[in-house]
Design a protein around this ligand. Sequence first.
Ligand SMILES: Cc1ncc(COP(=O)(O)O)c(C=O)c1O
Length: 412
Amino acid sequence: MQSVAESTLGVRADFPIFARRFGARELIYLDSSATSQKPRSVIDAQAEHLRLHNANVHRGVYALAQEADAAYAAAREHVAAFVGGEARTTIFTKNATEAINLVAYSWGRANVGAGDAVLITQMEHHANLVPWQMLCRERGAELRYLEVDEHGELSLEQLDAELARGDVRLLAFAHVSNVLGTINPVAEMAARARAAGAVSLVDGAQAVPQLPVDVAALGADFYAWTGHKALGPTGVGVLHGRAELLEAMEPFLTGGDMIGSVDLQSVTWNELPYKFEAGTPPIAEIVGLGAAVDYLGALGMQRVREHERALTAYMLTRLPEVPGLRVVGPPDAERRGALASFTIDGIHPHDVAELADRGGVCIRAGHHCAQPLMRCLGVAATARASLGVYNEASDVDALVDALQAGREIFGL
Ligand SMILES: Cc1ncc(COP(=O)(O)O)c(C=O)c1O
């Protein structure tokens, strides 16, 4: 296990944005859970594609179009392989939100009805909550929640009890919570769902950027994530699905590219994964995401996790030095992802973020798209510092200094 002093991946120079100055100050970025910064290789891959290989995909016979096709197909192969998936069952969407909505519409509308239940958790991002609420409302099904305990964790006993009721059609939950940082036991939860006859969907938006993820080994039926948090561009997300389920599902969006053949009154669907990719995809962004997973793969996700775990442990020891500061979520860095949400007595989280900014540190404040969880925690909002591959212990130190200085400004 690395000590904090050793814990640098030495990659900051790969990220052009860190050459920026805000007045005399450097950029100290602790908001990677919202979106990550991008390495030069991603920016260059996207720009080079637009500069040299731009053509629409799946339509052209000429050499340039075939280059675009090849780049698009290669990106899918790389993205699938990065998380242990198969290209055929790796679907590009706009983001994680769209990937989850795809399942809610295409699988959910056909498989969830009156008397059924959808089981999610109190720690879900709205992206993995609102689509299920809409589905249940529309289909007369019940939406139930697994509770979060005082350490920000779920109970497998409660999961078993819920599944034993026999009406759960779908279990949907985050791999890593974007507020608590909790790492949920995906393989165990997915296996229990399967044994009870329920389908599972995992929201991996916060997990893929920071943990080694093997979707085949995890065994969930659907696994959704988003490119822009994993060093890739905005505008591209990913859904991995079990082939039998995807094959049985109706398409989500319809139009060009996703068809087999179209007659005046009838239509057949294209094969996987194209059946779920209507219209022109974000080609350059997908190429950029391919470069992002290559970059992360070259770093090694085990190394990334080790680095961020060490920095998280450091952050969890340093933050409580600020009087009145309370971190939510699991106390042990081993059981959590690379972020810390916190409150400070006497200072509103939005003021905390502003005080951090005065010290040159970017953190986020708000409900983090998890309003039901905020209510469970008994707060309206939290401040959140989240780490990426480019962060170092000095960034955490700068945050703590800024918060200490902020308390003085508030006369605390
Ligand atoms: C846990 C989690 N799920 C889903 C999302 C949604 O990601 P996107 O906005 O890229 O669809 C986020 C983004 O903050 C997230 O943190």
